[in-house]
Design a protein around this ligand. Structure first.
Ligand SMILES: NC(=O)C1=CN([C@@H]2O[C@H](COP(=O)(O)OP(=O)(O)OC[C@H]3O[C@@H](n4cnc5c(N)ncnc54)[C@H](OP(=O)(O)O)[C@@H]3O)[C@@H](O)[C@H]2O)C=CC1
Ligand SMILES: CC(=O)[C@@H](O)[C@H](O)COP(=O)(O)O
Ligand SMILES: [Mn+2]
Length: 384
């Protein structure tokens, strides 16, 4: 048997990270977790280190249990940017939430590594820098986000230049059937109750506002090198059709499966091979019965429109939007603002943002910091 692929799992304590470790543990030695990086949940990270015995570990503030587990397993503390470029790492899975994924992604691509990219904020903030790092270092991106994994698979074997339209499916999130009046009164607990997927808190709220889908339109532009005009969104309640590609001749291809992230995670790690065994329960279409499709409503869910406009504007606008969204979602989760304040705050921040075209990394980070400051200062309940 071949030596295992050595995987750095950045964000190993999160929803994607934990599922990735499950995929790795079940891979019968095809994959090994050689680096683990978490955030504040150092107790879980310590357990993961004891189980997977990685070479590298990282947490912003390690606890005693993590220090002990690392020493016992011979793991060395190293920052994610160093791990991402280490010669004894074959693939970097970026499953850190938010802006923290940016520097390791750039480091891995500049070092010529494949990056299994779950973190969409990285592409939203700085897709142009990501593509530049790929060109400089020769690294490549393997989409983990379910829709983009679907599109990736639909494109395998197709002739470049034949894509007419990328069609992203959206579940519609927790509040897809609510009126504006009802949306004004929803709680964080209700927002976190996603109808089809089990995910981290931030992305689950983004799904409820349709910001997740908006960010995915920008993610698709950078991953598949298409303009926003070639990206479309269709509502699909069941999350079984993960996305579609329409080709020049009118033919449409889709990828289907049960809503379970272990499949796209596994595929990004095994590429270009498919694993011999399924990572997830098999799809039973007869049991599913009916699949539904519809148009998204940007009146009730303006974040989709805001994100698509930001994607068209480019420069620092998507970075400012993503940063404002991160702050607004955090404020909503801590009950400081209402659900409908999320798009209002983002819109208010974007009105005040002074865009920079083709920004440097420093300019992206400055736009991010300024948008966070502005978003924290917008009071609740202010009309856009
Ligand atoms: N969950 C899903 O099914 C999907 C997720 N994605 C994307 O994948 C990414 C991760 O999502 P998800 O797993 O749901 O998120 P989670 O919130 O569950 O996990 C986030 C991970 O990032 C770590 N983290 C957060 N902030 C920091 C920081 N400042 N520095 C270092 N580490 C940090 C967390 O550490 P800790 O928990 O220890 O604090 C955790 O390991 C997101 O970008 C999301 O959009 C995309 C498609 C599907
Ligand atoms: C699993 C995954 O890829 C999520 O990004 C998912 O797409 C969220 O569902 P929504 O379609 O509700 O945004
Ligand atoms: Mn997705």
């Amino acid at each position: 048997m071949n030596a295992p692929r050595r995987i750095a799992v950045l964000g190993s304590t999160g929803s994607i990270g934990r599922q990735a470790l499950d995929v790795i543990a079940r891979s019968a030695g095809r994959f090994a977790a050689v680096a683990l990086a978490g955030g504040g949940n150092t107790a879980l990270l310590a357990e993961q280190v004891a189980l997977h015995r990685p070479r590298y570990v990282h947490a912003p503030a390690p606890c005693a249990a993590l220090e002990t587990a690392a020493a016992a397993s011979g793991a060395r503390f190293a920052p994610p940017e160093e791990v991402a470029a280490a010669p004894d790492v074959d693939i970097v899975l970026v499953a850190t939430a938010g802006a923290a994924g940016l520097l390791p992604t750039l480091a891995a691509l500049r070092a010529g590594k494949p990056v299994a990219i779950a973190n969409k904020e990285v592409l939203v903030m700085a897709g142009h820098l990501v593509r530049r790092a790929m060109a400089e270092g020769g690294g490549d991106l393997r989409p983990v986000d379910s829709e983009h994994s679907a599109i990736w698979q639909c494109l395998w074997g197709e002739t470049p230049g034949t894509v007419r339209r990328i069609i992203l499916t959206a579940s519609g999130g927790a509040f897809r059937d609510l009126s504006m009046e009802q949306l004004a009164a929803v709680t964080p607990e209700q927002a976190l109750d996603h109808p089809t997927w089990k995910m981290g808190r931030k992305i689950t709220v983004d799904s409820a506002t349709l910001m997740n889908k908006g960010m995915e339109t920008i993610e698709a532009m950078w991953l598949f090198d298409v303009p926003m005009a070639a990206v479309d969104v269709v509502l699909h309640r069941e999350s079984i059709v993960h996305s579609l590609v329409e080709f020049s001749d009118g033919s449409v291809k889709a990828q289907l499966g049960v809503p379970d992230m272990r499949l796209p995670i596994q595929l990004a790690l095994s590429y270009p091979e498919r694993m011999p065994e399924p990572a997830v329960p098999l799809l039973d279409l007869a049991a599913a019965g009916a699949l539904h499709f519809g148009r998204p409503d940007t009146e009730r869910f303006p974040c989709l429109r805001l994100a698509m406009e930001a994607g068209r504007a480019g420069g620092t606008v998507p970075a400012a939007m993503a940063a404002a969204d991160e702050v607004a979602v955090e404020r909503f989760l801590s009950r400081e603002i209402g659900f409908l304040d999320i798009p209002r705050i983002i819109e208010r921040v974007l009105e005040q943002h002074r865009p920079v075209a083709d920004p440097s990394l420093d300019e992206v980070l400055a736009a991010d910091a300024e948008a966070r400051r502005l978003a924290a200062a917008v009071p609740a309940g202010v009309p856009a």
